[in-house]
Design a protein around this ligand. Structure first.
Ligand code: HAM
Length: 437
């Protein structure tokens, strides 16, 4: 019987791991430079946490939750489809709201959605995400900071021309009025909408705006989105003055720091928790799944998940898809760095001494390896080359007799005899390189 990796998941093999490590450490450094701290939450949570936060009409909850049921008390739990709900849960559970006025978190890890796999769409994928939450979290500068951080990360991580689209959904109260406005506008066309949109009409009319169905798109264009309003918020949308002003300030702050964007009035996002600013970033070369990242404001989610009702929270975040970043950057592997030293036993009987030396090197912080199957000098030197070793340490008859080791510089092809008791310090000096200046 043969086993294969589950559909929609993939192994990240050692050559690719080097690239992932590089990407993750860059992401950590950049997030920290904006004052965000790493948080790690479990990969599964109470299913109701996701239902309550992402919304029961969202596809992620309706069609894609991967629920656990081993019969060992894990019923009612689901693998996390995204990170925001978990971070908000943890923020409230650990009383960050009592400790700081603004908490800035980032996370890197796997997410799970039972989707139909295709290029750029997997069942297990990875996100780099940030969430800024707190009493001081309702500032348009924070929206601009979070968007700037997303763009900064994407550029540093090799995405060539990320394109930013932004929109505002208005406050929670505005959303009720906007939904009514949309229903009124769409009422005469309801029967011509696709089946999904006919359902969405009552339950979540916003989603009609970004439906991929051609016919729905035409209807939307006809009644809501005339050429005159391209690049502008939708005409006649009943935003409150406060929401309109807030969105203008976000745009102003983005322009001030030189971030290009396009206002996309049909951008509504598939998760229910958003209010005010929403955004999506796309990149070339990804086919139909062209969003490398997305996010937005979710001020009211804190109340919905049990936050103190008397506190006015502000919160905004985003998540970037690591697989899509890699696809967009065109990189699949990175050059492996080699070991510092490769130990060679010239005869099988010297293997114990070679193994002892190997462990001494590793304990001293020198990366090292050897051939456990022994072999000829030539084949072991071949292995040292393959391991990209900087030095070979050769133990032969002469060396055993003199308590020494032959130290071969693999780049310069020079060789010298070194007493075994000095080998660690000499190697360390050589690896450090010459001190300049
Ligand atoms: P999202 O738009 O569902 O938002 O996902 C964010 C990003 O994750 C997408 O733009 C995409 O790059 C990647 N992604 C999503 N699903 C898949 C998949 N099946 N396969 C590969 N990549 C995928 C969120 O997750 C929100 N939590 C973002 C957020 C944070 N909003 C506020 N804070």
């Amino acid at each position: 019987m043969k086993f294969a990796v589950p559909r929609g998941t993939s192994d990240i093999l050692p050559d690719a791991v080097i690239l992932w490590e590089e990407l993750e450490s860059k992401a950590r450094r950049i997030c920290k430079s904006y004052g965000y701290r790493e948080i790690r939450t479990p990969v599964y949570e109470d299913t109701n946490l996701f239902k309550r936060s992402l919304g029961s009409t969202s596809d992620v909850v309706n069609k894609q939750l991967l629920e656990l049921a081993s019969g060992k008390g894990d019923e009612g739990f689901a693998l996390r489809p995204e990170g925001t709900a978990s971070v908000v849960r943890s923020y409230l559970e650990n009383s960050f709201d009592k400790k700081e006025r603004l908490s800035k978190f980032f996370y890197i890890g796997p997410m799970f959605r039972g989707e139909r796999p295709q290029k750029g769409r997997q069942r297990q994928f990875h996100q780099i995400g940030v969430e800024a939450i707190g009493i001081d979290g309702a500032s348009p500068f924070l929206d601009a900071e979070v968007i700037a951080l997303a763009m900064h990360l994407l550029k540093e991580l090799g995405v060539k021309e990320p394109k930013l689209k932004i929109n505002s959904l208005g406050s929670k109260e505005d959303k009720v009025l906007i939904a009514e406005f949309l229903r009124k506008k769409l009422a005469g066309h309801k029967d011509n909408l696709c089946e999904d949109c006919q359902n969405r009409f009552e339950r979540n009319v916003f989603r009609v705006l970004d439906c991929k169905n051609e016919k729905c798109g035409e209807i939307i264009k006809e009644i809501l989105y005339t050429d005159a309003s391209v690049g502008q918020p939708l005409n006649g949308m009943p935003y409150s003055d406060i929401s309109r002003k807030y969105f203008e300030q976000v745009q102003f702050s983005l322009k001030e720091i030189g971030i290009d964007f396009e206002i996309s009035p049909l951008l509504v996002r598939g998760l229910d928790y958003y209010t005010h600013t929403v955004f999506e970033i796309t990149a070339e070369g990804l086919g139909s799944q062209d969003a490398v990242g997305a996010g937005g404001r979710y001020d009211r989610l804190l109340d919905d998940l049990g936050g103190d009702e008397k506190t006015e929270f502000g919160a905004i975040g985003f998540a970037l898809g690591i697989e899509r970043i890699l696809l967009a950057s065109g990189r699949t592997t990175a050059a492996a760095s080699g070991v510092d030293a490769f130990v060679i036993a010239m005869k099988e009987e010297y293997q114990p001494q070679a193994f002892l030396l190997l462990q001494q090197l590793r304990k001293a912080g020198i990366s090292a390896d050897m051939s456990f199957s022994g072999g000829s000098m030539k084949s072991q030197m071949g292995k040292a080359d393959k391991a990209n070793a900087r030095f070979a340490l050769i133990i032969g008859e002469e060396e055993i007799k003199n308590q020494a080791v032959a130290l071969k510089d693999m780049q310069a092809s020079t060789q010298e005899a070194v007493e075994i008791e000095n080998i660690v310090s000499i190697l360390k000096d050589k690896l450090r390189g010459p001190i300049i200046g």
